[in-house]
Ligand binder design. Structure first.
Ligand code: BES
Ligand code: ZN
Length: 617
């Protein structure tokens, strides 16, 4: 019989994962800070999915230095295929004999990472806050795990993980610590840190960090980990909300299954707001703003413990199933904790981000669709607010269409049905229609829904009606600034009394939208009277600097440069360089050149592309 192997539904992997499936992955690495390398081996237990048997195993790999490959303990032939951008060089392992359906084969690959690894950032002691010890961390989403070790780097495959990591400094990973680990090892000053992730996870959720890290409790099931000198402030920032968020979402879906939910606050070059690595969310230090106003990010990463980490998009073409669902759940958590108007407030901010992304890409662009075509493309290039916010709007539409009570019964059903699995948008559609098959009204609503338009039409979806109670005051204030010439409005610090940081964000976004920008004097006045330039909340200060740069107020260049040298979160860095470039391209380039080594490779690459239209290096 000929083997029937369907083409994989993930176009962003070179692995033959429809012939073999990873069941278990064991990662044995020494962290070599002096060489800035991970060195060791990875063992995959692969299960044959075909009867007639494919006589080769193909794994994703990118810029990894491979020493040798063993199959079931015996040295085996292997070959790296020519590089295929942006997916890397596949590792081909020919087998002596076919593996029968359902039988396992162990593949052990010894290797070290290289300088070109896109998933790792290595920091020298001078780049850390205590300046005493080096630091390293991983960031594998979307397709960077393959640059740490060869694997089936697709969200359509999930495996249990064992981590055996030796390091001279404390280690954190996306697994549960094995009791009695952190043993002194025979070699050198290193200790062996062991973790186990017993819930099957895709390779993009593999995560490790190591450095001078201390921990403190922030709730009954939660700890924060960070540099010892920052521990108290991180604890204060997160301890009021983390458990509240957990209880809200436990109630909405079903109880958290991963055991602990912890947060690692990384050094400032971490390029994202947060990354939902299981057991340990990785997060930017810009969350620590001393006002507890950026904890929405924690609600978001926590929600990924259901949407994304337990129920996973089968490919990055269906990324809205991860991020749209997570944004929806994040806002349900916020509603449970702060009230329904706050959910709408957050959705209004999201709608603005959505319109901006659609404008930037253009109304007809492929990446403005809910389901996108990523054949031959790099998922990082498609990253924007669209899967988050169009995905949210779609789920919010379903909630309104069916009624909240009905939709709330579907939520736990969906996460139960697909837990431990990966799915695409078509399965989502069938599962919700099937769930309501005996409810004729809901069923009729769902079968007459124009699914194809939601899935495939580019541009903005219809705008829902939002409760504007929390933004109205802010829009009124912005309106006063817009018409200040005619109305003779004199700003006073009382204008912003009672507004929280997120309301100030909405205010500044409105100011940035003025068809006639503020004058430099007005911008200066705004910063002074409202204390914006001095805000410790980078969400606020970065927007104020954008207002100032747009107004031509050169006095904000210096504090902008200070911010750009202290935080590498792309959400702030990229817009600030764009705004600086508009005011004074030479200054923008000069500041970038000063800070390039500070930024994460992903951030450095994207800013470079923004400034010079160049992707290389
Ligand atoms: N999973 C994402 C981050 C990500 C996406 C990393 C794609 C790499 C590729 C994470 O959950 C996220 O969405 N973070 C947001 C914060 C959130 C509150 C919208 C961020 O980093 O800004
Ligand atoms: Zn997310």
């Amino acid at each position: 019989m000929e083997a029937v192997i369907n083409p994989p539904r993930d176009p962003n992997t070179l692995s033959n994962y429809n012939a073999f499936r990873t069941m278990r992955t064991t990662v044995n690495f020494d962290i070599l800070f002096d060489k800035q390398q991970l060195k060791g081996n990875v063992i995959h237990q692969l299960r044959s999915l075909t009867n007639a048997g494919t006589r080769e195993i193909v794994l994703d790999s990118s810029f990894v230095n491979i020493h040798d490959v063993k199959v079931d303990g015996k040295k085996n032939k292997w070959e790296l295929l020519p590089r295929m951008e942006p997916y890397g060089s596949a590792l081909k392992i020919p087998l002596d004999e076919a593996v029968a359906l359902g039988k396992n084969v162990d593949v052990e690959i010894s290797l070290e990472t290289t300088e070109k690894c896109t998933a790792l950032q290595w920091l020298t002691p001078a780049q850390t806050s205590t300046q005493k010890h080096p630091y390293m961390f991983t960031q594998c989403q979307a397709i960077h795990a393959r640059s740490i070790f060869p694997c089936q780097d697709t969200p359509d495959v999930k495996a249990v993980f064992d981590f055996n990591i030796s390091s001279p400094l404390p280690v954190i990973a996306s697994g549960v610590p094995v009791r009695g680990s952190a043993l002194a090892s025979e070699k050198s000053d290193n200790k062996l840190y062991q973790f186990r992730q017993g819930v099957p996870i895709p390779a993009y959720l593999f995560a490790v960090a190591s450095g001078d890290i201390a921990e403190a409790p922030i709730g009954p099931r939660s700890r924060v980990a960070t540099s010892p000198d920052k521990l108290e402030e991180c604890k204060w920032e997160l301890e009021a909300d983390t458990e509240k968020f957990m209880q809200a979402i436990d109630k909405l879906i079903f109880p958290y299954i991963w055991g602990e939910y912890n947060v690692l606050i990384l050094p400032p070059s971490f390029p994202y707001g947060g990354m939902e690595n299981p057991i340990f969310t990785f997060a930017t230090p810009s969350l620590i703003s001393r006002d507890r106003q950026n904890v929405d990010v924690i609600a978001h990463e926590l929600a990924h413990s259901w949407s994304g980490n337990l129920v996973t998009n089968a490919s990055w073409e269906h990324f809205w199933l991860n991020e749209g669902w997570t944004t929806y759940l994040e806002r349900r958590i916020l509603a449970a904790v702060h009230g329904e108007p706050y959910r709408h407030f957050s959705a209004i901010i999201g709608w603005k981000a959505l319109t901006e992304s659609v404008e930037r890409y253009g109304n007809d662009h492929e990446f403005t669709k809910l389901i996108i075509d990523l054949k031959g493309k790099d998922p990082d290039d498609a990253f924007s607010s669209i899967p988050y916010e169009k995905g949210f709007i779609f789920l919010f539409h379903l909630e309104n269409l069916l009624g909240k009570d009905r939709f709330d019964r579907f939520i736990p059903h969906y996460f139960t049905k697909y837990k431990g699995l990966s799915l695409d948008s078509y399965e989502f559609k069938t599962s919700i229609i099937d769930f309501f098959s005996s409810d004729s009204e809901a069923h009729a609503q769902l079968t007459s829904l124009d699914w194809d338009t939601w899935f495939y039409s580019p541009g903005l979806p219809p705008k829902p009606a939002f409760d504007t109670s929390l933004v109205d005051v802010v829009y009124d204030l912005a309106q006063k600034w817009r018409t200040t010439a005619e109305s003779g409005f004199t700003p006073a610090s009382t204008d912003i009394k009672g507004l929280d940081a997120n309301q100030l964000v909405v205010f500044l976004e409105q100011v940035l939208l003025f068809e006639k920008p503020l004058t430099a004097e007005q911008s200066l006045l705004m910063g002074d009277v409202y204390g914006l330039a001095k805000s410790e909340n980078a969400e606020v200060s970065n927007l104020y600097f954008q207002v100032g740069l747009k107004a031509g107020d050169r006095s904000v260049i210096e504090p902008t440069a200070t911010l750009l040298a202290s935080i590498g979160r792309m959400k702030y860095v990229r817009p600030l360089y764009r705004a600086l470039e508009k005011l004074d391209r030479n200054v923008a380039i000069e500041i970038f050149e000063k800070n390039r080594d500070f930024y994460h490779p992903i951030c450095r690459g994207l800013v470079k592309k923004d400034l010079f239209g160049d992707k290389s290096g």
